[in-house]
Design a protein around this ligand. Structure first.
Ligand SMILES: N[C@@H](CCC(=O)N[C@@H](CCS)C(=O)NCC(=O)O)C(=O)O
Ligand SMILES: [Fe+2]
Length: 279
């Protein structure tokens, strides 16, 4: 496989970038040939680290413009933005950018997307339309985000929030599940219009239907775990192996403390994590 994580010289095993305060994983994926890259779930505090890595790796500018149909960069089912056709990808020699995409409107940290837009000129943020959050580009179920020879397929996986999506690499070798599916766990459903029944169906229909050896990369881990597989979670996840009815009961009785940053993270993330949001 030609997609790599984080280090050009280290295609395997994939590495992840960690933000310790919220235990968030940020993933950098790129195509060796074109140098186009995508950042999944960047965090405000570690955005400078991510930008530095993008620069060190000599990534080319991936410019995400609004577009009305099929473009070299995006293939969506519906119309994009205002339907104005503009090129999605513009390459600038040694430009320093990748595309930050968010699996959902996070409650526990402020997204790094807004800061990355400043640190890496031309960088544009992506989130699902159903999140209701502001971004340069809004994606929907079935949309593909291309980077070089690769693409991430967007699979709507609501339940933790209504706008949650899972990104699946086009060869189905890895899935970035956000907070829908965590390793031996799943996202809570007690805020942000969460719904346990919806989450159960999302995971079973959109993630557990992937090949058993598909790698699962979540947005968080609180136990030091880094990666799982569809087969592992299908058989070992203590919540998602229950019946839907039992799952709902478990989720209704988690009694977790609310995330420390929720009161300011959610409003900020609705505005791309910055005070001056993209229009
Ligand atoms: N203690 C953390 C918040 C932990 C938390 O609530 N995590 C969420 C995912 C981020 S919105 C979650 O869904 N957890 C599920 C679980 O079973 O732990 C903090 O204060 O930030
Ligand atoms: Fe979350």
């Amino acid at each position: 496989m030609g997609a790599w994580f984080c280090a050009l010289t280290c295609p395997t095993p994939p590495s992840q970038m960690f933000e310790p305060k919220s235990c968030t994983y940020t993933y950098l994926l790129g195509d060796r040939e074109s140098r186009e890259a995508i950042l999944i779930d960047p965090v405000l505090e570690t955005a400078p680290r991510d930008a530095q890595l993008v620069k060190e790796l000599g990534l080319r500018l991936l410019y995400a413009g609004q577009c009305g149909g099929r473009t070299p960069g995006f293939e969506g089912r519906g119309g994009w933005g205002l339907g104005i056709l503009r090129p999605f990808c513009v390459f600038l020699d040694l430009a320093l950018l990748s595309l930050p995409v968010n699996t959902h409107c996070h409650a526990d940290h402020i997204t790094g997307s807004g800061v990355l837009r400043s640190l890496l000129p031309g960088c544009q943020s992506v989130i699902s339309r159903l999140s209701g959050a502001q971004a340069d580009l809004h994606i929907e179920d079935g949309d593909s985000i291309h980077f070089g020879r690769f693409a991430l397929e967007t699979r709507a996986s609501p339940g933790h929030t209504p706008g949650c999506v899972t990104f699946v690499l086009n060869d189905h070798s890895m899935a970035f599940t956000g907070d829908a599916l965590l390793i031996r766990g799943c996202g809570r459903t007690d805020f942000q219009q969460g719904c346990a029944k919806t989450l159960y169906h999302s995971v079973h229909e959109k993630i557990f239907t992937l090949p058993g050896d598909c790698l699962i990369y979540p947005a968080h881990d609180y136990h030091g775990l880094t990666v799982s597989t569809v087969e592992e979670e299908r058989t070992l996840n203590p919540r998602l192996t229950l019946s839907c009815e039992e799952f709902v009961k478990v989720m209704d009785n988690l009694n977790l403390p609310k995330p420390q940053q929720i009161d300011f993270a959610v409003p900020a993330n609705m505005r791309c994590g910055i005070q001056t949001p993209p229009s």
